[in-house]
Design a protein around this ligand. Structure first.
Ligand code: ADP
Ligand code: MG
Length: 311
C-alpha cells in the first residue's frame, strides 16, 4: 500500500476555447506525490494552475490526460472512493443563501451519502465555531462565518484528505488564526492537509513540504526546511577600486564578476560569516571601494524560481 495520500502523473488540463475565451493549457504535465499525514503547500502566482489542480483532485474539473490516485484509488477506476477520500474548501464560496449552517451541513452529508446516524453536524458546528449560528440563514452570516461554514462542509464525510484553496485570501487575522488552529488540530488527528496560497509566510508557518507551481508546471518541490535553507542565501556585491579578478574563496561561497567589474558573492549566512569574504578579497590585494549585501527573502526565491520557468 502506498504511503502517499495523492499520486499525480502526467496530469494535463486544457480548458476549451469559448466564444469569449481562448483555449488555455492550465496544466502541462504535472507529476506530484503528496505524503500521507503531511501539511502540504501548493504555492504559485495567480493563474499558475493551483485551483485547476485541486479541483481535478476534488472531482470538480475533468482532467484532459494523466493519472490521479487518491488514497490508493485511481480516479478513473474508482471515482466514488477517490472522491469520498477528499474534502475541499473551495476558493469561491458556493453557499446557498436559503440554508442555515445546520441545513448546509446536512445537505452536504446527504450528497456524500453519509447515513443520518453517522452525521457529525453538531460536532462540526462546534469545531467551526458556528453552534450559536446553527439556525441562522446563511445570507445573515458574516464573510468570516461563511468561510468557516465552507470548511465545515468539506468535513461532513470525514475525508482522509482536506484541501483548502486559498483559505485565508482576504480574511482578517482572527479568522486566519482560527482556521490555522483548526487545520493543525485536524492534521494532529491524522488528516492529510493540502493548501494553496500565495502568502509565502503562511506556507512557511504551516507546511511540512511545498511544491511551487507556475504556468501549469511544478518547478520545485522540497521540504519547507530545505526551501528556507535556500532562502538563507545572501549576496554580497563588492565594487573594487580599479579592475580586479575573483579572489580564492572560502568553501561554500560562489563568486561571479559582473561586466561592470563588480564582484558578486553568494553565501549562506549560517555557513559563512560575511567577514571571511571581505578577508578573502583583502588578502587578494583588492581595495574595496563599495560593498553592500542583499538578503534574499522568500519573495526573492519565489520570484527567481517563477521567472526562470517563465516562457
Ligand atoms: P490559480 O488557482 O493558480 O490562480 P487557476 O487554476 O485558477 O490558477 O487558472 C489557471 C489558468 O487557467 C488561468 O490562466 C485561468 O485563466 C485559466 N482558467 C481557469 N479556469 C478556467 C475555466 N473554467 N475556463 C477557462 N480557463 C480557465
Ligand atoms: Mg486559484
Amino acid at each position: 500500500m502506498s504511503q502517499n495520500a495523492i499520486e499525480i502523473e502526467g496530469l494535463t488540463k486544457t480548458y476549451r476555447a469559448t466564444r469569449r475565451t481562448d483555449a488555455k493549457e492550465a496544466l502541462k504535465g504535472v507529476d506530484l506525490n503528496i505524503p500521507r499525514g503531511s501539511i502540504f503547500g501548493l504555492l504559485g502566482p495567480n493563474g499558475a494552475g493551483k485551483s485547476t489542480l485541486i479541483n481535478i483532485l476534488a472531482g470538480l474539473v475533468v482532467k484532459t490526460s494523466g493519472r490521479v490516485n487518491i488514497w490508493g484509488f485511481d480516479q478513473d477506476v474508482n471515482p466514488r472512493q477517490s472522491r469520498a477520500s477528499i474534502g475541499i474548501m473551495p476558493q469561491e464560496p458556493n453557499l446557498d443563501p436559503f440554508f442555515t449552517p445546520r441545513q448546509s451541513l446536512e445537505v452536504q452529508a446527504g450528497l456524500y451519502g453519509v447515513p443520518t446516524s453517522q452525521r457529525r453536524t453538531a460536532e462540526i458546528l462546534e469545531l467551526i465555531g458556528l453552534t450559536d449560528k446553527a439556525d441562522a440563514y446563511a445570507r445573515s452570516l458574516s464573510g468570516g462565518m461563511r468561510r468557516r461554514l465552507l470548511l465545515g462542509k468539506a468535513l461532513v464525510h470525514s475525508p482522509r484528505i482536506l484541501v483548502l484553496d486559498e483559505p485565508t485570501a482576504g480574511v482578517d487575522i482572527e479568522l486566519r488564526n482560527m482556521l490555522w488552529q483548526n487545520v493543525r488540530r485536524l492534521n494532529d488527528d491524522g488528516m492529510t492537509i493540502i493548501l494553496t496560497t500565495h502568502y509565502l509566510e503562511e506556507a512557511e508557518a504551516m507546511c511540512d513540504e511545498i511544491a511551487i507551481i507556475n504556468h501549469g508546471q511544478v518547478i520545485t518541490r522540497d521540504t519547507t526546511a530545505s526551501l528556507l535553507g535556500r532562502i538563507d542565501q545572501k549576496t554580497m556585491v563588492i565594487q573594487p577600486d580599479g579592475a580586479a579578478d575573483l579572489p580564492a574563496l572560502p568553501r561554500g561561497v560562489t563568486g561571479e564578476k559582473r561586466p561592470d567589474g563588480a564582484l558578486v558573492f553568494a553565501y549562506k549566512t549560517a555557513d559563512t560569516p560575511a567577514e571571511s569574504i571581505l578577508a578573502a578579497v583583502r588578502d587578494a590585494g583588492i581595495t574595496i571601494k563599495d560593498v553592500k549585501t542583499e538578503e534574499a527573502d522568500l519573495e526573492d526565491v519565489f520570484l527567481s524560481l517563477t521567472s526562470s520557468a517563465a516562457r
